[in-house]
Ligand binder design. Sequence first.
Ligand code: SAM
Ligand code: SF4
Length: 362
Amino acid sequence: MSTTSIQQLLKQETLGKSDLVALLSADETQRKLLFERSAAVKQEYVGNKIYYRGLIEFSNLCGKNCLYCGIRAGNRNIRRYELTEEEVLAAARYAWENRFGSLVIQAGERSGAGFVKRIELLVRQIKALSKGELGITLSLGEQSEDTYRRWFDAGAHRYLLRIEVSNPELYHKYHPATRRHDYQARLNALYLLRKVGYQVGSGVMIGLPFQTVDDLADDLLFFREHDIDMVGMGPYIEHENTPMYRYKDQLLPRTERFYLSLKMVATLRILMKDINIAATTAMQAIDPMGREKSIRAGANIIMPNLTPSSYREDYLLYEDKPCTDEDAEECKRCLEARIHMAGGQIGYGEWGDSRHFASRKK
Ligand code: SAM
Ligand code: SF4
């Protein structure tokens, strides 16, 4: 598509599938126009505040075997861990004292009674120690309605569950053919989360083998169709000890995967103007300035890592994961400077809930 046509597209009120494909296919000159437009939309609808979600990678134990993930159950080459209650509460206290506003507790997927109970208790303890001030997002995979409700009643109010890829045929290429890796079950979990009352986040990986720009446009339409409140998406990055590593030579070069991801962020900001969009760690794994570039292109959420540094190396979802050797203090200082450089202002002490959620509740 010509640059003039892209300019026209960016003035349109609504975007259809072919428009999204054109925006995602923008060349170097055209993508600058796209990023200018998405930055303007961001400023108008969500402002320049960036909200922190301190990330606690609670455990790398996982009962699943997603074919792309470094902490899948089948990877015998990693040391498995689960943080102690003290370690989680110390990270939460750090977040609270540093006015982070919110936390994300993320882990491999487990659903045993002990695990469910530990999370429930931790959520209650974090709420208590922060006098209700820390917002809590969970990212613990597919669970029953009862479990989602227990965690919600304990005080968690947002949940991240990436659909990973919205095309069911592709989904089955990246997951083993077992009942535990079922597309419909994942989709249903998104409905359950909404029913229970969470602000619902989802997302996809970008640059997966066999995935086309057409598929990515469908992913964006999926978020709109399901009225998702927040999105975290980023490049797929290969990991040596996973079955999908065998496709490593068929992938787009990493820089292209990165720019495709930036275009996804920018196009999504234009498509769903008032949602929360995360500048994900995987962006920074490819480009040291990846998260800042995401912020400029439309993201408004960042997840500084609060996992104790001795465990960081064990939560390696993919190669070259950044900040595995930094402690929380270093991470905070470096982020602050980077966000200011990207023209953002940190919403210290604020939850920064999705405006989209607020308006869909009205
Ligand atoms: N276990 C939970 C789940 O799957 O929803 C939450 C933790 S899981 C590690 C968080 C996300 O990591 C997944 O949703 C997936 O998109 C991402 N991820 C896993 N392997 C990846 C890879 N090789 N490249 C990029 N992202 C990856
Ligand atoms: Fe487990 Fe989540 Fe990794 Fe799948 S993506 S293997 S559920 S941690």
